[in-house]
Design a protein. Structure first.
Length: 481
């Protein structure tokens, strides 16, 4: 049997910097590191990702290679262009389960060609409160009964090509009003409410054969003071016991503020890793920031010391190691093909929600009101202006941030056809004020909302895309043109 320290390394899944595998990462993989997570900082194009995956797999065939490729606003493969498929909320709005499965299969085929073994998707969360800062368009909707078939279809489609799906963020992040990247959210739910709402999509995911479930850093008061990632009640009693899940439990990144907290990146993560393993987690993600070899060694040493001290049973670590290795099974061999937007456009068009008659009378002024993307998404191309500039000659496009509303107001004066593009306008007071000014003015404008629509209402012409993906923005532009 391997030593506790080697076993500890085998459950760690780490991020890194660069678009080629650094020497230290190749050494760690050869020595048994569980795997790695790819972010936008690691991606140039599909061919480069495939070469990177092959280089790591040459060190050890069963290395886990993971990615957060949800489609829509959260994309890594298309970080430079915007996603080739709409996100989950758009798929839920289209409400065609077979289409959802087809979109997921296209994504799974592409990931398999890139050598990815697990996709940390789909979100089995629900969009439950307008104040939620981290889910929104990443969920299939707010109704657990309607969202659950899409969760199951996405898993079935994605896993068709041997890429493991990972339903997240157990027990469900959608009712929380804090972002666990920064703080520890409390989920204001009783056990009865959880069973009736949040846990419904996770049951569907398990019934669909999902190979992994990712934990959320969320406190459920009925389960005690520990966040689910570190809580035996959540992972052992509920997820495995009551829901019957037998696959791998993957943590959300342990370097996030919700669990590492004030202890610092290395010490905080090491202790969080031990507690997560005791609670029943298997793969320990360390991805939001880049880790280096010495930091991974120190974290592994903390885990090994917990085994030596009798705090963490060796059998639990062996079990976790085996489940992580299973997630490194190479996917079905497929060929890299040029990115095809046709299926994504079909889904994006079907998802559009139209209010009034949003049609242009001539070349418009497009004002893209850009807000900070959620942490999980990060910077990515966004905006309707480039699409309408291409499709409607004479279009003027202006992009402003929330601190540039005065510029937007100046641009509107004298314009005839105005299109205002927002992303979850209800969450940004400056954007709400701008929309109120437009409503009170004599300006005829069309609003395009690309995020979760929220409570802002109005009877003017409007298009909701439910996604900021390339194809969703393209579909809205085609409709207007």
């Amino acid at each position: 049997m391997s030593s506790p320290e080697k076993l500890a390394g085998s459950v760690l899944v780490s991020g890194f910097d660069g678009t080629t595998a650094p020497d230290w990462l190749r050494r760690k993989v050869a020595d048994g590191l569980g795997g790695t997570i790819l972010f936008g900082r690691n991606v140039v194009d599909d061919e480069q990702v495939a070469a990177l995956s092959a280089r790591l797999r040459a060190e050890r065939p069963d290395v886990l290679i993971g990615i957060d490729e949800e489609g829509g606003d959260v994309t890594r493969l298309d970080v430079a262009t915007g996603s080739f498929v709409p996100g989950p909320l758009a798929l839920g709005a289209a409400d065609d389960v077979e289409l959802t499965a087809s979109v997921a299969a296209a994504l799974g085929e592409r990931l398999a060609a890139c050598g990815v073994t697990i996709n940390f998707a789909p979100c089995a969360d629900l969009t439950l409160t307008p104040e939620d800062p981290s889910i929104g368009v990443r969920a299939f909707g707010s109704d657990p009964v309607k969202a659950s078939p899409h969760v199951a279809a996405y898993i079935t489609g994605l896993q068709k090509y041997g890429v493991a799906a990972s339903a997240k963020h157990f027990p469900g992040h959608g009712a929380a009003t804090d972002d666990s990247h920064h703080a520890l959210p409390v989920l204001p739910r009783t056990e009865a409410e959880l069973n009736a709402i949040e846990l419904v999509p996770f049951r569907a995911a398990i019934a669909a054969g999902v190979r992994a479930v990712m934990t959320g850093h969320l406190v459920v008061p009925a389960w005690g003071e520990l966040p689910a990632t570190l809580n035996p009640k959540a992972l052992t009693d509920v997820l495995r016991g009551e829901l019957g899940f037998t696959g791998a439990v993957v943590t959300d990144a342990l370097d996030m503020g919700a669990v590492a907290g004030e202890l610092g990146k290395t010490e905080g993560v090491g202790r969080a890793a031990v507690r997560a393993l005791i609670a029943g987690a298997d793969a320990l993600c360390l991805g939001g920031v880049s880790f280096e070899e010495d930091e991974l060694n120190r974290i592994a040493s903390v885990i090994a010391a917990a085994v030596e001290a009798g705090e963490l049973p060796l059998e639990r670590l062996v079990e976790a190691s085996g489940r992580v290795a299973a997630l490194g099974t190479p996917p079905v061999a497929t060929e890299i093909s040029p990115v095809d937007h046709r299926l994504g456009l079909e889904a994006a068009r079907k998802a559009l929600r139209i209010q009034g008659s949003p049609k242009l009378g001539g070349p418009p002024l497009v004002i893209d009101v850009e807000t900070e993307p959620i942490v999980a998404a990060g910077p990515m191309p966004w905006g309707l202006g480039p699409h309408l500039t291409e499709l409607v000659p004479g279009t003027r496009a202006v992009k402003v941030g929330v601190d540039g509303i005065a510029t937007a107001i100046d641009a509107v004066h004298g314009a005839r056809d105005v299109v205002v593009v927002t992303r979850e306008a209800h969450r940004h007071p400056e954007v709400r004020e701008f929309l109120s000014w437009l409503e009170a003015s004599t300006v005829d404008f069309i609003r395009v909302e690309t995020g979760a629509p929220g409570p802002i209402t109005g009877d003017g012409p409007r298009i909701d895309t439910f996604s900021g993906s390339y194809v969703s923005l393209r579909a809205a532009a085609e409709y207007l043109a």
